[in-house]
Design a protein around this ligand. Structure first.
Ligand SMILES: *Cc1c(COP(=O)(O)O)cnc(C)c1O
Length: 390
């Protein structure tokens, strides 16, 4: 028997599309091909053919990112956490960085803005309150020891009610007045207008660049739908400082990541075809009635196999985008649910356990005394049936 792989393919029927524990974005075919090529043959990773000498590893991608976002230059690192660390370390080490108290976020897996500040050797200068921060709060905090204004997108929570935040457009003027760079950690960020796709709106990196933000960072494997990477776009003079900082060497990405990211970004040149070519967008925009039809197609086989011990039903449910994106926004979806006829939680747990032991495990969600299989991300229907209905 072949030894089991540590990275086992599974069916992600949890209802969370960009599931961090299940590897976030599924890559597009073009990215998979590009990575394979890059692995098989030597490539011009840091070799400029025109000058027959040493080139710059991020150069080709920087050009593409500038074309797509209107930025002057770009820098690619291992993930967005690394991007934030690099921006802070290169531009504000030993200095103060002003951030609103409403934006001191924690992302899962120990990424917390105050801790990253400390790691980068910066002094965090908190302004405003949890729910309300005004332009005057930023203005009053600026001293000679400050070297940066920072915005952090509160991607995984929302403060509602009596609130006020200062957006980038307002902060740009203040930053200019004091000759301080303004940087934004956007977290997810989307290069297309998601509202046009019927999805909850998410800030777009190119809009922030157009508004005059100096550096914007975002993830490669969240809404962008590419490989794990941190992308920093913005002013050339600042990107140069990031590229020259010793941490960049430690945080740089490998050729496979660059190949996958380039292929993914190229799809954004044709936004009208993105829904067909980018798995993440395809999954996020799948219509509920299409998912219901799939559920109804699968029901008879599942009922035959499990009907004795479980009540098998289709049920409306809500999928989540995941990866800290817009947790309060839900996507209408459908699931097949399994309710134990003996009413025992142990029957439910053992069913979930059994499905986790399959050659391609099926991962659902336990909720309200049922096991839910949200079919939004079910790709290979016949393999799924082969797994569940032996
Ligand atoms: C997700 C996120 C991060 C971390 O990005 P990774 O690519 O997971 O390292 C940082 N900041 C914000 C606001 C995020 O949403």
């Amino acid at each position: 028997m072949r030894e089991a792989s540590a990275l086992k393919p599974v069916f992600n029927l949890t209802g969370t599309v960009l599931h961090t524990n299940l590897g976030r974005a599924q890559l597009c075919d073009a990215a998979i091909e590009a990575v394979t090529q890059t692995m098989r043959q030597p490539v011009t990773l840091e070799y400029a053919l025109d000058e027959a000498g040493r080139g710059h590893r991020d150069r080709a991608l920087a050009q593409l990112l500038c074309e797509l976002t209107g930025a002057e230059d770009a820098c690619i690192v291992n993930n967005n956490a690394a991007a934030v660390l690099l921006m802070l370390a290169a531009l504000a080490s030993g200095k103060g960085v002003i951030v609103s108290r409403g934006e001191l976020v924690e992302i899962g897996g120990a990424f917390r803005i105050p801790d990253v500040m400390r790691q980068a050797g910066c002094q965090l200068i908190e302004v405003g309150t949890t729910n309300r921060t005004h332009l005057a709060d930023y203005r009053h905090a600026i001293t000679d020891d400050c070297s940066l204004l920072m915005k952090v997108h509160t991607s995984n929570y929302q403060i509602q009610g009596f609130t006020h935040a200062v957006d980038e457009a307002e902060l740009v003027a203040l930053a200019k007045e004091h000759a301080l760079p303004l940087i934004t950690d956007l977290g997810s960020g989307s290069l297309i207008d998601l509202a046009e796709q019927g999805l909850p709106a998410e800030p777009m990196p190119q809009s922030l660049i157009a508004a005059g933000v100096d550096l914007v960072s975002f993830s490669g494997d969240k809404l962008l739908g590419g490989p794990q990477a941190g992308i920093i776009i913005g002013k050339k003079a600042l990107i140069d400082r990031l590229q020259q900082h010793p941490l960049k060497r430690a945080l740089r990405v490998d050729k496979m990541t660059l190949a996958a990211l380039e292929a993914t970004l190229k799809l954004y040149r044709h936004p009208e075809r993105l829904g067909d070519n980018l798995p993440t967008l395809r999954q996020l925009t799948r219509k509920a009635h299409d998912i219901l039809q799939q559920a109804e197609r699968l029901m008879p086989a599942l009922e035959t196999a499990y009907g004795d011990d479980f009540l098998v039903e289709t049920a409306a449910c809500s999928s989540q985008i995941g990866s800290g994106s817009l947790p309060v926004e839900r996507l209408p979806s459908f699931a097949v649910t399994f309710t134990p006829r003996d009413g025992r939680g142990s029957s439910l747990n053992s069913l979930a356990q059994r499905w986790r032991q399959l050659p391609r495990p099926v991962i659902g969600r336990l909720q309200e005394g049922k096991l839910w299989l949200d079919l939004r991300c079910l790709d290979d229907e016949s393999q799924f049936i082969r797994m569940l209905v032996p």
